[in-house]
Design a protein around this ligand. Structure first.
Ligand code: GLN
Length: 243
């Protein structure tokens, strides 16, 4: 078996080490004998979504998002078709905001990909914190770090999780991220996937199922260190409520 990961615009959207997420996906495949390849795309490259099994859209500053947004118009239709067919996407922070209709900032409005029915508006004060979620997709809490000025409104969509510590989508609803078909959008940096191996495996399993049209049960890996770190974060921030 083989998966191909498309990394969209890593030269612009790569805040807080989103490349670590790519390395994590590649390693977790290779450790199981699944071949994995990553194709980085730069602005202006043609993207053949039919060759991709996972698309990663990383975080970026408002300035970088503004630069990327012009190009998104060119790939929107193909990207939308990929998502509607069940293509796997992991979109982080700035990338999460770009999944939606728009991101309104003081400097202007950034038009998004409109792949998921959500939108983002900048408000005073950045939401910067460690963050812990409970998601019904995973047993382990999801842990990470958030730093965003935008508040994201997901309407009737399913959130990735309930915020146990931190701010999440808008600092008010108590929810974080979005799950739509095989797309996950989230504000969690960290990088996200090395800290949350169950989330990484969810993406890999969905990608293999899409590609090979059969249910996939991934072999277990030794995630004891990740579990220990996860439990530490949970106890420090959720149980004891310490910042
Ligand atoms: N520029 C966006 C914001 O501030 C996203 C930042 C990020 O990717 N960390 O809301």
């Amino acid at each position: 078996m083989k998966i191909t990961i498309g990394h969209l615009y890593p030269d612009l959207l790569n805040l807080y080490g989103d490349r670590g997420n790519i390395q994590c996906l590649m390693k977790r495949c290779q450790w199981r004998g699944i071949e994995a390849e990553t194709i980085p795309f730069e602005l202006g490259d043609q993207i053949d979504f039919s060759r991709l099994d996972i698309v990663l859209l990383g975080g970026g500053s408002d300035r970088e998002q503004m630069l990327v947004c012009e190009k998104l118009k060119e790939i929107q239709a193909d990207f939308k078709a990929y998502v509607e067919k069940g293509g796997v996407v992991i979109a982080i922070c700035g990338g999460y905001q770009l999944l939606g209709k728009y991101y309104k900032t003081d400097q202007g409005t950034i038009t998004g990909l409109d792949l998921v029915d959500l939108y983002t508006e900048q408000e005073d004060g950045r939401l910067i914190s460690n963050i812990v979620l409970k998601s019904d997709l995973f047993d382990m809490p999801v842990v990470g770090f958030e730093n965003h000025g935008g508040r994201t409104f997901i309407g009737e969509n399913k959130p990735l999780g309930k915020v146990l510590y931190g701010s999440g989508n808008d600092g008010k609803t108590g929810y974080e991220g979005v799950v739509y078909k095989n797309v996950i959008g989230t504000y969690l940096h960290g990088p996200l996937l090395p800290k949350n191996p169950q989330l990484a495996d969810w993406l890999i399993a969905r990608a293999l199922e899409q590609k090979y049209h059969k249910p996939v049960e991934l072999s277990l890996l030794d995630d004891s260190q990740e579990a220990e770190a996860n439990a530490y974060v949970y106890h420090r921030f959720v149980k004891s409520g310490q910042a």
